[in-house]
Design a protein around this ligand. Structure first.
Ligand SMILES: [Zn+2]
Length: 342
């Protein structure tokens, strides 16, 4: 069994728009950092898998796929901030097929952990529209693939700065995929308040932890220990898929969550230990957002070290000892009330 597998989105640089923050350099700076640490050549790189209709159609509607293909052919915007190029249709399938390949490998026990460099990203893509730089919902398609091959309970933990409204919408009334998100609130895309907990068979299968600006490492550790891990104990997922955005990092130009790279590594360490104890160590990361190239490097080295069970050698960039905002504790108490975690 390989300790880790990667997916790299070959050709992704053809999906770009001059001056747009979701740019090819995001993935390339991650690759360079992994090469410099000699992680890149040490572990296998998987090819993408084709996406069958049985996997695609529960996630995205046929009408949306037709519309997306047309928009990509013309290379125009889907909305104000979501661009396409004539190559984007194929590259979006490539990205999602890579996510599926990584999830499959870890599910089958061919690899212990997976790290999928997805570009274009996915978590804002809903069943019927592209938005927030996202075309196809990579992590949702990976989860659907696992359900189709026999998984009963999958958890998606979304640590991106932004709420993954697309992933939430897709699974909102389903009981087989539990979705949990930490995100800055209020912020784009506006959804993800704590009372959004699922509906019908999906009731209490969606958990939102909206965080105030300047929450910082310690707030994230409290949320991990007092909310996320207890909920994992309750849900008992058979595999954890992490929507990994590096935009909670303090250097990110789009947000203010003030997480450090070292802090990110510790969050992944916690999820890895939970997975080791409860689901045969099955956990994989799928790239979402993040727009500062230094943060890309720092967070990624920390999370890959965590996936491999190594202690991160980085010294945490120190940020002011400002403590958590008081509004954080009010949110924390309300989330605990909703989920009966007192
Ligand atoms: Zn984001």
């Amino acid at each position: 069994m390989d300790d880790l597998v990667f997916f790299y989105p070959e050709g992704h640089e053809k999906h770009y728009e001059v001056g747009h923050p979701e740019r090819p350099e995001r993935v390339e700076s991650i690759r360079t950092a992994l090469e410099a640490k000699e992680y890149w050549d040490r572990y296998p790189h998987l090819e993408q898998l084709p996406i069958s209709d049985e996997v695609m159609h529960p996630i995205h509607t046929p009408d949306y796929l037709l519309a997306l293909e047309e928009v990509c052919k013309k290379g125009i915007h889907f909305d104000a901030d979501t661009y396409t190029t004539p190559e984007s249709w194929e590259l979006a399938h490539n990205s999602a097929g890579g996510a599926i390949s990584v999830a499959r490998s870890v599910w089958k026990g061919e690899a212990k952990r997976g790290f999928s460099l997805n570009r274009p990203p996915g978590h804002h893509a809903t069943p019927n529209r592209a938005m927030g730089f996202c075309l196809l919902n990579n992590v949702a398609l990976a989860a659907q693939y696992l359900i189709n091959v026999g998984a009963n309970r999958i958890a998606i933990i979304d640590l991106d700065l932004h709420h993954g409204n697309g992933t939430q919408d897709i699974f909102y009334s389903r009981e087989d995929v539990f979705y949990l998100s930490t995100h800055q609130y209020p912020h784009y895309p506006g959804s993800g308040w704590l009372n959004e907990t699922g509906e019908g068979p999906g009731q209490m299968k969606t958990a939102n932890i909206p965080l105030p600006p300047f929450s910082g490492d310690n707030a994230f550790f409290i949320v991990m220990n007092e909310i996320i891990l207890p909920l994992m104990d309750r849900i008992k997922p058979e595999m954890i898929l992490v929507s990994y955005g590096f935009d909670p990092h303090f250097a990110d130009p789009l947000g203010n969550l003030q997480l450090t790279g070292d802090g990110y590594g510790r969050l992944i360490e916690s999820l890895v230990s939970w997975a080791d104890e409860n689901c045969n160590g099955r956990i994989s990361l799928f790239l979402e957002g993040g727009y500062d190239l230094g943060a890309a490097k720092e967070c990624t080295l920390a999370v890959v070290a965590a996936l491999l069970g190594e202690k991160s050698s980085q010294t945490a960039a120190s940020i002011a000892e400002n403590g958590e905002p008081t509004t954080f504790y009010s949110i924390l108490e309300q989330v605990k009330l909703i989920w009966e975690l007192q």
